[in-house]
Structure formats: C-alpha cells, structure tokens
Design a protein around this ligand. Structure first.
Ligand SMILES: Cc1cc2nc3c(=O)[nH]c(=O)nc-3n(C[C@H](O)[C@H](O)[C@H](O)COP(=O)(O)OP(=O)(O)OC[C@H]3O[C@@H](n4cnc5c(N)ncnc54)[C@H](O)[C@@H]3O)c2cc1C
Length: 296
C-alpha cells in the first residue's frame, strides 16, 4: 500500500486525478477500522492531514463553510449558535477521542445511513463542495446519498467543504442507541424550523438505505402551520397535527431488521422522535417570540 502525502489542496487534487482509486484519509476513524479488519486493502491511501485549509471554517452571511476535516469537537465548541442541529448530532458521535479526529467530510465519504451528521445536514439544508482537477460542483446534500454507503462523488473528486445554512430558528437532533456513548444509531431524527421561509425540514438516520428527508411530512406540516397562522400567532401545535406529522415521518422510513433493531421498532421510534423534537423546537420558537414581544 502506497501512502500519498500531498502538502497542498492542489497536490491532493492532482494525486486523486492520477490515482482515482486512492482512498482519502482524514481523521481515519472509518478508514483505519476497515483496513485493520481487512475489509479494504487500497493500493493507495491519500492522506489529507497536511492540507490545513480542510480543517478551517468560515461563518458567512447565510451559510457556514465547513472544511471537510473540521472535527466534531470544533463544531461543538465553536459553531453551536450557527449550527445547533449539527452540534447536537456531533455530541452523540462516539467518544471525545473520536470526536477530536472524525469530521463531517469523513461521515459524508462513508455515507453510512447511520452517520450522525446526515439528518442534521438534511434538516438544516446543506451543499457538498466536490472538487477535482476538472472543476468544482455543489451537490445538494439530498442528492449526495446514492445508496447504502454510496455517494455522488466521482472517482477523481474530493470533498473540500460542506456549506450548511446558518440556523434561523430552533433545531434538534435525537438518536436511539443501546447506551448513551460510543453507540451507532439504531435510528435518528433531525429537525430544523426555518421561520424565515416558514418551513420545517427533517432528516432521518439509520431507518432507510440512505439518510432521507420525510418530505410528505414536511409538506403536511408546512401547510398546517401556514393555514392555522401558527408562525404569527405562536400557538401550541394541535396534537392531531403533531400526531399526523409523526405518522408521516414514520411512513417515510424504509428500515430493515438487523442486530441493532427491528424495522418495526425503528419506524415506531422515528415517529416518537419526530413528535418530541417538533414539540421541543416549537416550544423554543414560542419562547423566542415571547422574548421578542416582551422587548418590543
Ligand atoms: C469507535 C468508533 C465509534 C464511532 N461512532 C460513531 C457515531 O456514533 N456516529 C457516527 O456518525 N460515526 C461514528 N463512527 C464513524 C466515524 O467516526 C465517522 O464516520 C467520522 O465522521 C469519520 O470521519 P473521519 O475524518 O475519521 O473519516 P475517515 O475515516 O478519514 O474517512 C471516512 C471516509 O470518507 C472518505 N473521505 C474522508 N475525507 C474525504 C474528503 N475530503 N473527500 C472525499 N472523501 C473523503 C474516506 O476515503 C473514507 O471513505 C465511529 C467510529 C469509531 C471508530
């Protein structure tokens, strides 16, 4: 196995173009497990750790440009206000050691349906900056997951950054696991309220072949909130609306039975998480409105 160590982004792109089968390695928390268990024996490893810009982020007007190798611990420490859903999801990843090494670029590279970043990215709205020597393209995160552990990257492409919409309202992330730490999701759910566009977005993890949004549930809820004037009057969401939303989210799951849980359990648990996280985020939204009204 050859170890390629580019010192710059341009060198990394050139190396990937010259060796399209080379496996990029960032934190190595997925790649090294695969190599150690002999699941993978690539001809080339492409070490991205000397490309400093991949570990940097920029907070812009509307989005955060998150370098592919920014570790979860940095998101938790520095980007909690801008990316609350992703920060909450980062908290649930593994242990402090893994969170110091692993990042969103690696989670996207692996594209496991159980990856914790995905539901938060789907709910917030994100684009993946995919780059090769041929140029740059922005892939909406919804279109990035193409199958079980498959993604939309071409063989010569690398992820340079992920552009995530800054939160304009409350966000939540909920995960079911067999214990509190060091656990792969049995299933997970992310939700983001977007008061600016009066929309709610969702993300489901580990309950379908790929991470998915519950689009029908979103459409139902968006219409119900609009019709009832909820964004303006800040009323408590009617239990029947919350229940229907949860049912539609559960219906968007396409899970399997495996060692971590049954399909039926996953569908049920995702519905429960959807109802709960909707309640939490809506309460937070109502609280913000009351504070603003009190200050006026
Ligand atoms: C003990 C343990 C517990 C874990 N627990 C969790 C958990 O709770 N939740 C969770 O989501 N994950 C978990 N993981 C998996 C892993 O930590 C995450 O998927 C992490 O985000 C991977 O990031 P990384 O930088 O280490 O990726 P790496 O291992 O370096 O790479 C992962 C994949 O992404 C590709 N890649 C990396 N960077 C790029 C890039 N810039 N461009 C293109 N492709 C790239 C690699 O080629 C590889 O295919 C766990 C892993 C371990 C070992």
């Amino acid at each position: 196995m050859d170890f390629l160590r580019p010192a710059s982004w341009e060198e990394a792109l050139a190396a990937k173009a010259a060796h399209p089968t080379a496996v990029p390695i960032a934190g190595g928390t997925d790649v090294m497990v695969e190599i150690n268990f002999d699941h993978r024996r690539p001809e080339y490893l492409l070490d991205l750790n000397r490309v400093g810009e991949l570990a940097a982020w920029e907070v812009g007007q509307d989005t955060v440009r998150l370098g592919a190798s920014v570790p979860y611990s940095a998101i938790m420490e520095h980007l909690r206000a801008e990316l609350p859903g992703l920060a909450l999801a980062s908290h649930t990843v593994a242990s402090p050691q893994i969170r110091n090494r692993g990042g969103v670029g690696g989670n996207l590279g692996t594209a496991s349906p159980a990856g914790d970043a995905h539901p938060a990215l789907l709910a917030a709205g994100a684009e993946v900056e995919a780059v090769s020597v041929r140029g740059t393209r922005m892939i909406p995160v919804d279109a990035f997951y193409t199958g079980v552990k498959r993604n939309a990257l071409a063989p010569d492409e690398l992820i340079r950054a992920v552009h995530v919409k800054k939160a304009d309202g409350p966000q939540q992330y909920s995960k079911v696991g067999t214990r509190n730490a060091m656990v792969i999701a049995v299933c997970a759910f992310g939700i983001a309220l977007h008061p600016e566009t009066r929309t709610v977005r969702t993300g489901i993890g580990s309950a379908a072949p790929t991470p998915v949004r519950a689009k029908e549930a979103e459409e139902f809820l968006n219409a119900a909130l609009e019709e009832g004037g909820f964004w303006e009057n800040g009323r408590i969401i009617t239990p029947s609306v919350a229940k229907r939303f949860a049912q539609l989210v559960a219906g968007a799951c396409n899970p399997i039975d495996d060692v971590r849980g049954t399909a039926a359990y996953r569908r049920h648990a995702v519905g429960i998480m959807a109802r709960r996280t909707l309640g939490w985020t809506w309460e937070q939204y109502r609280g913000t409105r009351r504070t603003l009204e009190g200050a006026a």
